[in-house]
Ligand binder design. Sequence first.
Ligand SMILES: *Cc1c(COP(=O)(O)O)cnc(C)c1O
Length: 393
Amino acid sequence: MDPRAQLLSWIELDVDALRHNLQLFRQRTPERTRLLLVVKANAYGHGLDPVVRASGAHVDAFGVHTIDEARAVRDAGWRGSLLIMGHVAHARAEEICALAAEPTVFDLATLRHLDAIALRRRIRIDCHLKVETGTHRQGADAEELAAMLEFFSRSAGVRLRGLSTHFANIEDTTDHDYAKAQLEAFRAIASEVERRGFRDLTRHTACTAAALTLPETCYEMIRLGIGAYGIWPSRETLASTRALGRGNDDLRPVLSWRTRITQLKWAPKGSYVGYGLTHRCTHDTRLAVLPIGYSDGYPRALSGVAHVLVGARRAPVLGRICMNITLCDVTDCGEVALEDEVVLLGAQGDETVGADRIAAWGGTIPYEILARLAPHTPRFPRVNQNPAEDRPT
Ligand SMILES: *Cc1c(COP(=O)(O)O)cnc(C)c1O
Protein backbone atom coordinates (compact mmCIF):
# COMPACT_ATOMS: atom_id res chain seq x y z
CA MET A 1 0.00 0.00 0.00
CA ASP A 2 1.13 3.52 -0.70
CA PRO A 3 2.19 4.74 2.78
CA ARG A 4 0.66 8.14 2.05
CA ALA A 5 -2.79 6.52 2.20
CA GLN A 6 -2.35 6.38 5.98
CA LEU A 7 -1.38 10.03 6.31
CA LEU A 8 -3.46 13.17 6.65
CA SER A 9 -0.58 15.58 5.96
CA TRP A 10 2.77 14.97 4.29
CA ILE A 11 5.54 16.65 2.31
CA GLU A 12 6.85 15.29 -1.00
CA LEU A 13 10.32 16.08 -2.31
CA ASP A 14 11.04 16.01 -6.03
CA VAL A 15 14.59 14.67 -5.95
CA ASP A 16 15.05 15.16 -9.70
CA ALA A 17 14.19 18.83 -9.29
CA LEU A 18 16.77 19.15 -6.50
CA ARG A 19 19.48 17.59 -8.66
CA HIS A 20 18.42 19.70 -11.63
CA ASN A 21 18.77 22.89 -9.56
CA LEU A 22 22.20 21.86 -8.24
CA GLN A 23 23.32 21.11 -11.78
CA LEU A 24 22.10 24.50 -12.89
CA PHE A 25 24.20 26.28 -10.27
CA ARG A 26 27.19 24.18 -11.28
CA GLN A 27 26.77 25.37 -14.85
CA ARG A 28 26.30 28.99 -13.86
CA THR A 29 29.28 29.29 -11.54
CA PRO A 30 32.96 29.25 -12.48
CA GLU A 31 34.69 25.89 -12.98
CA ARG A 32 36.79 26.15 -9.81
CA THR A 33 33.84 27.09 -7.59
CA ARG A 34 32.76 24.39 -5.15
CA LEU A 35 29.16 24.01 -4.17
CA LEU A 36 28.16 24.01 -0.49
CA LEU A 37 24.51 23.22 0.06
CA VAL A 38 22.99 25.02 3.05
CA VAL A 39 20.77 22.63 5.01
CA LYS A 40 20.06 24.75 8.09
CA ALA A 41 16.49 24.96 9.42
CA ASN A 42 15.81 21.32 8.53
CA ALA A 43 17.05 21.97 4.97
CA TYR A 44 14.69 24.92 4.59
CA GLY A 45 11.86 22.75 5.83
CA HIS A 46 12.49 20.03 3.24
CA GLY A 47 13.92 17.59 5.79
CA LEU A 48 17.65 17.58 6.52
CA ASP A 49 18.06 13.82 6.36
CA PRO A 50 16.37 13.15 2.99
CA VAL A 51 18.01 16.22 1.42
CA VAL A 52 21.52 15.21 2.53
CA ARG A 53 20.96 11.66 1.29
CA ALA A 54 19.55 12.80 -2.05
CA SER A 55 22.16 15.46 -2.78
CA GLY A 56 25.40 14.12 -1.28
CA ALA A 57 26.69 12.87 -4.64
CA HIS A 58 26.00 16.27 -6.24
CA VAL A 59 27.59 18.75 -3.80
CA ASP A 60 31.05 19.39 -2.37
CA ALA A 61 30.05 20.40 1.16
CA PHE A 62 27.13 21.02 3.46
CA GLY A 63 26.55 24.08 5.60
CA VAL A 64 24.54 24.25 8.82
CA HIS A 65 23.88 26.80 11.53
CA THR A 66 24.14 24.69 14.69
CA ILE A 67 26.15 21.83 16.16
CA ASP A 68 22.98 19.71 16.34
CA GLU A 69 22.42 20.18 12.63
CA ALA A 70 26.06 19.23 12.01
CA ARG A 71 25.43 15.98 13.89
CA ALA A 72 22.28 15.36 11.82
CA VAL A 73 24.30 15.75 8.61
CA ARG A 74 26.81 13.14 9.84
CA ASP A 75 23.95 10.88 10.93
CA ALA A 76 22.61 11.10 7.37
CA GLY A 77 25.89 9.53 6.22
CA TRP A 78 27.86 12.53 4.91
CA ARG A 79 31.60 12.12 5.44
CA GLY A 80 32.79 15.13 3.45
CA SER A 81 33.31 18.78 4.21
CA LEU A 82 30.89 20.27 6.74
CA LEU A 83 30.74 23.95 7.70
CA ILE A 84 29.05 25.28 10.84
CA MET A 85 28.04 28.90 10.16
CA GLY A 86 26.69 29.89 13.58
CA HIS A 87 28.32 30.23 16.98
CA VAL A 88 28.83 26.97 18.89
CA ALA A 89 28.42 27.28 22.66
CA HIS A 90 31.87 26.98 24.23
CA ALA A 91 30.52 24.26 26.52
CA ARG A 92 29.84 22.12 23.41
CA ALA A 93 32.76 23.13 21.22
CA GLU A 94 34.52 19.83 21.97
CA GLU A 95 31.88 18.05 19.86
CA ILE A 96 33.22 19.78 16.75
CA CYS A 97 36.22 17.43 16.83
CA ALA A 98 34.30 14.14 16.71
CA LEU A 99 32.07 15.55 13.98
CA ALA A 100 35.09 16.72 11.97
CA ALA A 101 33.15 19.88 11.24
CA GLU A 102 34.72 23.22 10.34
CA PRO A 103 33.53 26.06 12.58
CA THR A 104 33.05 29.65 11.49
CA VAL A 105 34.85 32.02 13.87
CA PHE A 106 34.39 35.73 14.27
CA ASP A 107 35.78 36.48 17.73
CA LEU A 108 39.11 35.96 19.41
CA ALA A 109 37.70 34.46 22.61
CA THR A 110 36.10 31.57 20.71
CA LEU A 111 39.22 31.06 18.63
CA ARG A 112 41.31 30.76 21.81
CA HIS A 113 38.79 28.30 23.23
CA LEU A 114 38.96 26.13 20.09
CA ASP A 115 42.75 26.29 20.12
CA ALA A 116 42.90 25.07 23.71
CA ILE A 117 40.63 22.12 22.87
CA ALA A 118 42.69 21.20 19.81
CA LEU A 119 46.01 21.38 21.66
CA ARG A 120 44.67 19.25 24.49
CA ARG A 121 43.46 16.61 22.00
CA ARG A 122 46.58 16.95 19.83
CA ILE A 123 44.54 17.66 16.72
CA ARG A 124 44.02 20.68 14.53
CA ILE A 125 40.69 22.44 14.03
CA ASP A 126 40.19 23.96 10.59
CA CYS A 127 38.35 27.26 10.88
CA HIS A 128 36.59 29.67 8.55
CA LEU A 129 37.05 33.29 9.51
CA LYS A 130 34.02 35.44 8.82
CA VAL A 131 34.73 39.11 8.34
CA GLU A 132 32.61 42.22 8.70
CA THR A 133 32.09 44.03 5.41
CA GLY A 134 28.90 45.98 6.07
CA THR A 135 26.15 43.62 7.23
CA HIS A 136 26.92 44.15 10.92
CA ARG A 137 25.64 40.74 11.83
CA GLN A 138 28.18 37.96 12.51
CA GLY A 139 31.69 38.95 11.46
CA ALA A 140 35.02 40.15 12.81
CA ASP A 141 35.61 43.88 12.51
CA ALA A 142 39.05 45.27 11.62
CA GLU A 143 40.40 45.23 15.17
CA GLU A 144 39.14 41.72 15.96
CA LEU A 145 40.39 40.53 12.59
CA ALA A 146 43.93 41.78 13.24
CA ALA A 147 44.00 40.04 16.62
CA MET A 148 42.61 36.82 15.18
CA LEU A 149 45.08 36.70 12.30
CA GLU A 150 47.87 37.26 14.78
CA PHE A 151 46.53 34.38 16.86
CA PHE A 152 46.18 32.08 13.84
CA SER A 153 49.78 32.70 12.84
CA ARG A 154 51.06 31.82 16.32
CA SER A 155 48.92 28.87 17.33
CA ALA A 156 49.18 25.23 16.35
CA GLY A 157 45.68 24.17 17.40
CA VAL A 158 43.62 26.17 14.94
CA ARG A 159 44.26 26.56 11.23
CA LEU A 160 42.79 29.19 8.95
CA ARG A 161 41.13 27.32 6.06
CA GLY A 162 38.44 29.67 4.85
CA LEU A 163 37.56 33.33 4.66
CA SER A 164 33.96 34.44 4.31
CA THR A 165 31.47 37.27 4.48
CA HIS A 166 27.73 37.69 3.88
CA PHE A 167 25.86 40.34 1.86
CA ALA A 168 23.38 42.69 3.49
CA ASN A 169 21.48 43.92 0.48
CA ILE A 170 21.37 41.52 -2.41
CA GLU A 171 17.93 39.88 -2.41
CA ASP A 172 16.03 43.05 -1.60
CA THR A 173 17.09 45.20 -4.52
CA THR A 174 18.13 45.24 -8.17
CA ASP A 175 20.71 47.91 -7.28
CA HIS A 176 23.83 46.04 -6.25
CA ASP A 177 26.07 48.98 -5.38
CA TYR A 178 26.08 48.14 -1.68
CA ALA A 179 26.91 44.49 -2.40
CA LYS A 180 29.71 45.58 -4.72
CA ALA A 181 31.12 47.83 -2.01
CA GLN A 182 31.03 44.87 0.40
CA LEU A 183 32.77 42.72 -2.19
CA GLU A 184 35.44 45.42 -2.58
CA ALA A 185 35.95 45.44 1.20
CA PHE A 186 36.19 41.64 1.19
CA ARG A 187 38.73 41.73 -1.65
CA ALA A 188 40.94 44.12 0.30
CA ILE A 189 40.75 41.94 3.41
CA ALA A 190 41.47 38.78 1.41
CA SER A 191 44.62 40.33 -0.13
CA GLU A 192 45.79 41.46 3.28
CA VAL A 193 45.23 37.98 4.70
CA GLU A 194 47.24 36.47 1.83
CA ARG A 195 49.97 39.04 2.29
CA ARG A 196 50.23 37.84 5.88
CA GLY A 197 51.13 34.41 4.56
CA PHE A 198 47.85 32.50 4.77
CA ARG A 199 47.58 30.35 1.63
CA ASP A 200 45.09 28.05 -0.09
CA LEU A 201 42.13 29.68 1.56
CA THR A 202 38.61 28.77 0.55
CA ARG A 203 37.03 32.18 0.03
CA HIS A 204 33.23 32.23 0.05
CA THR A 205 30.77 35.11 0.01
CA ALA A 206 27.89 34.11 -2.26
CA CYS A 207 24.38 33.02 -1.30
CA THR A 208 21.84 32.17 -4.04
CA ALA A 209 21.15 35.75 -5.12
CA ALA A 210 24.84 36.66 -5.26
CA ALA A 211 25.73 33.55 -7.25
CA LEU A 212 23.00 34.36 -9.77
CA THR A 213 23.52 38.08 -10.14
CA LEU A 214 27.19 38.79 -9.28
CA PRO A 215 29.39 35.95 -10.58
CA GLU A 216 32.52 37.66 -9.21
CA THR A 217 31.29 36.80 -5.69
CA CYS A 218 31.67 33.05 -6.27
CA TYR A 219 35.41 32.59 -5.47
CA GLU A 220 36.32 29.02 -4.42
CA MET A 221 32.88 28.14 -3.04
CA ILE A 222 29.26 29.31 -2.92
CA ARG A 223 26.87 28.79 -0.03
CA LEU A 224 23.74 27.80 -1.86
CA GLY A 225 20.42 27.75 -0.04
CA ILE A 226 17.02 28.68 -1.40
CA GLY A 227 17.93 28.35 -5.09
CA ALA A 228 18.80 24.68 -4.65
CA TYR A 229 15.28 24.14 -3.38
CA GLY A 230 13.96 25.71 -6.57
CA ILE A 231 12.74 28.98 -5.09
CA TRP A 232 13.74 32.47 -6.18
CA PRO A 233 15.07 34.52 -3.24
CA SER A 234 12.90 37.45 -4.35
CA ARG A 235 11.28 39.14 -7.35
CA GLU A 236 14.26 41.49 -7.45
CA THR A 237 16.68 38.58 -7.87
CA LEU A 238 14.52 37.19 -10.64
CA ALA A 239 14.53 40.60 -12.36
CA SER A 240 18.31 41.00 -11.97
CA THR A 241 18.91 37.50 -13.31
CA ARG A 242 16.63 38.18 -16.28
CA ALA A 243 18.49 41.41 -16.94
CA LEU A 244 21.65 39.34 -17.33
CA GLY A 245 19.87 37.48 -20.11
CA ARG A 246 19.61 34.22 -18.22
CA GLY A 247 16.58 31.93 -18.26
CA ASN A 248 13.95 32.67 -15.69
CA ASP A 249 11.83 29.56 -15.54
CA ASP A 250 14.57 27.06 -14.92
CA LEU A 251 14.51 26.64 -11.14
CA ARG A 252 12.25 23.75 -10.24
CA PRO A 253 10.52 23.76 -6.83
CA VAL A 254 11.40 20.66 -4.83
CA LEU A 255 8.77 20.64 -2.12
CA SER A 256 5.03 20.12 -2.12
CA TRP A 257 2.81 19.86 0.94
CA ARG A 258 -0.37 17.86 0.82
CA THR A 259 -3.23 17.03 3.16
CA ARG A 260 -6.65 15.34 3.00
CA ILE A 261 -10.23 16.41 3.53
CA THR A 262 -11.38 15.11 6.93
CA GLN A 263 -14.97 16.35 6.82
CA LEU A 264 -17.34 17.74 4.17
CA LYS A 265 -20.47 19.70 5.04
CA TRP A 266 -22.83 22.43 3.90
CA ALA A 267 -22.87 25.80 5.63
CA PRO A 268 -26.04 27.64 4.61
CA LYS A 269 -25.98 31.16 3.20
CA GLY A 270 -25.71 33.67 6.08
CA SER A 271 -23.97 31.27 8.50
CA TYR A 272 -20.61 31.97 10.11
CA VAL A 273 -17.43 29.96 9.70
CA GLY A 274 -14.75 29.45 12.34
CA TYR A 275 -13.38 31.32 15.36
CA GLY A 276 -14.21 34.96 15.71
CA LEU A 277 -17.01 34.70 13.12
CA THR A 278 -14.69 36.37 10.61
CA HIS A 279 -16.39 34.78 7.61
CA ARG A 280 -20.11 34.85 6.85
CA CYS A 281 -21.24 32.72 3.91
CA THR A 282 -22.53 34.73 0.97
CA HIS A 283 -23.91 31.55 -0.62
CA ASP A 284 -24.71 28.00 0.44
CA THR A 285 -21.17 26.80 0.94
CA ARG A 286 -19.69 23.33 0.55
CA LEU A 287 -17.07 23.35 3.31
CA ALA A 288 -14.06 21.05 3.56
CA VAL A 289 -12.26 20.59 6.87
CA LEU A 290 -8.47 20.20 6.57
CA PRO A 291 -6.51 18.68 9.46
CA ILE A 292 -3.62 21.16 9.42
CA GLY A 293 -3.10 24.59 10.96
CA TYR A 294 -0.53 27.01 12.22
CA SER A 295 1.10 24.36 14.43
CA ASP A 296 2.04 22.58 11.19
CA GLY A 297 3.47 25.72 9.64
CA TYR A 298 0.39 26.97 7.78
CA PRO A 299 0.54 30.61 8.91
CA ARG A 300 -2.49 32.05 10.70
CA ALA A 301 -1.89 35.24 8.69
CA LEU A 302 -3.28 33.35 5.68
CA SER A 303 -6.75 33.33 7.26
CA GLY A 304 -9.32 34.45 4.71
CA VAL A 305 -6.73 35.27 2.02
CA ALA A 306 -5.15 32.02 0.81
CA HIS A 307 -6.45 29.28 -1.41
CA VAL A 308 -5.57 25.60 -1.56
CA LEU A 309 -5.98 23.21 -4.49
CA VAL A 310 -8.78 20.64 -4.54
CA GLY A 311 -9.51 18.65 -7.69
CA ALA A 312 -6.97 20.91 -9.48
CA ARG A 313 -9.14 23.94 -8.67
CA ARG A 314 -8.70 26.79 -6.23
CA ALA A 315 -10.52 26.42 -2.92
CA PRO A 316 -10.51 29.64 -0.85
CA VAL A 317 -9.50 29.37 2.80
CA LEU A 318 -12.46 30.55 4.89
CA GLY A 319 -12.34 32.13 8.33
CA ARG A 320 -9.52 31.77 10.81
CA ILE A 321 -6.79 29.20 10.44
CA CYS A 322 -6.69 27.27 13.73
CA MET A 323 -3.88 25.44 15.50
CA ASN A 324 -4.69 22.12 13.81
CA ILE A 325 -7.59 22.85 11.48
CA THR A 326 -8.23 24.94 8.39
CA LEU A 327 -11.52 25.35 6.51
CA CYS A 328 -11.92 25.88 2.80
CA ASP A 329 -14.70 26.44 0.29
CA VAL A 330 -14.97 23.58 -2.22
CA THR A 331 -18.34 24.61 -3.64
CA ASP A 332 -16.78 25.15 -7.09
CA CYS A 333 -14.32 22.26 -6.99
CA GLY A 334 -16.48 19.64 -8.70
CA GLU A 335 -16.82 16.14 -7.26
CA VAL A 336 -15.14 16.10 -3.86
CA ALA A 337 -14.98 13.19 -1.41
CA LEU A 338 -13.84 12.55 2.13
CA GLU A 339 -10.05 11.97 2.31
CA ASP A 340 -9.46 13.49 -1.13
CA GLU A 341 -5.96 14.90 -1.53
CA VAL A 342 -5.54 18.67 -1.14
CA VAL A 343 -2.44 20.66 -2.12
CA LEU A 344 -1.46 23.39 0.33
CA LEU A 345 1.86 24.19 -1.36
CA GLY A 346 2.77 22.86 -4.78
CA ALA A 347 0.99 21.93 -8.01
CA GLN A 348 -2.17 20.06 -8.90
CA GLY A 349 -3.26 19.87 -12.53
CA ASP A 350 -2.54 23.25 -14.09
CA GLU A 351 -2.75 25.12 -10.80
CA THR A 352 0.22 25.98 -8.59
CA VAL A 353 0.53 27.55 -5.16
CA GLY A 354 4.21 28.43 -4.74
CA ALA A 355 6.09 29.31 -1.55
CA ASP A 356 6.42 32.86 -2.93
CA ARG A 357 2.63 33.08 -3.25
CA ILE A 358 2.07 31.88 0.29
CA ALA A 359 4.73 34.29 1.52
CA ALA A 360 3.02 37.21 -0.24
CA TRP A 361 -0.32 36.27 1.35
CA GLY A 362 1.34 36.04 4.75
CA GLY A 363 3.34 39.26 4.43
CA THR A 364 6.67 37.45 4.61
CA ILE A 365 9.35 35.81 2.44
CA PRO A 366 9.44 32.23 1.09
CA TYR A 367 12.39 31.45 3.38
CA GLU A 368 10.17 31.86 6.45
CA ILE A 369 7.31 29.80 5.00
CA LEU A 370 9.66 26.90 4.24
CA ALA A 371 11.75 27.13 7.41
CA ARG A 372 8.65 26.95 9.61
CA LEU A 373 7.14 23.82 8.06
CA ALA A 374 6.76 21.56 11.06
CA PRO A 375 9.41 18.84 11.44
CA HIS A 376 6.68 16.37 12.52
CA THR A 377 5.19 16.22 9.01
CA PRO A 378 6.57 13.12 7.20
CA ARG A 379 8.80 13.80 4.18
CA PHE A 380 8.75 11.56 1.08
CA PRO A 381 11.58 11.81 -1.44
CA ARG A 382 10.34 11.01 -4.94
CA VAL A 383 12.75 9.93 -7.67
CA ASN A 384 11.60 10.22 -11.30
CA GLN A 385 8.11 10.90 -10.06
CA ASN A 386 7.72 7.18 -9.58
CA PRO A 387 5.46 6.47 -6.59
CA ALA A 388 6.79 2.91 -6.41
CA GLU A 389 10.07 4.31 -5.11
CA ASP A 390 8.49 6.50 -2.48
CA ARG A 391 9.48 5.81 1.07
CA PRO A 392 8.85 7.79 4.21
CA THR A 393 11.71 9.20 6.22
C1 LIG B 1 21.33 30.92 4.93
C2 LIG B 1 22.65 31.37 4.47
C3 LIG B 1 23.05 31.23 3.13
C4 LIG B 1 22.12 30.74 2.04
O1 LIG B 1 21.34 31.82 1.56
P1 LIG B 1 20.31 31.62 0.35
O2 LIG B 1 19.81 32.97 0.07
O3 LIG B 1 19.24 30.71 0.87
O4 LIG B 1 21.05 31.00 -0.78
C5 LIG B 1 24.34 31.58 2.81
N1 LIG B 1 25.21 32.06 3.75
C6 LIG B 1 24.84 32.21 5.03
C7 LIG B 1 25.83 32.74 6.01
C8 LIG B 1 23.56 31.90 5.45
O5 LIG B 1 23.22 32.06 6.72
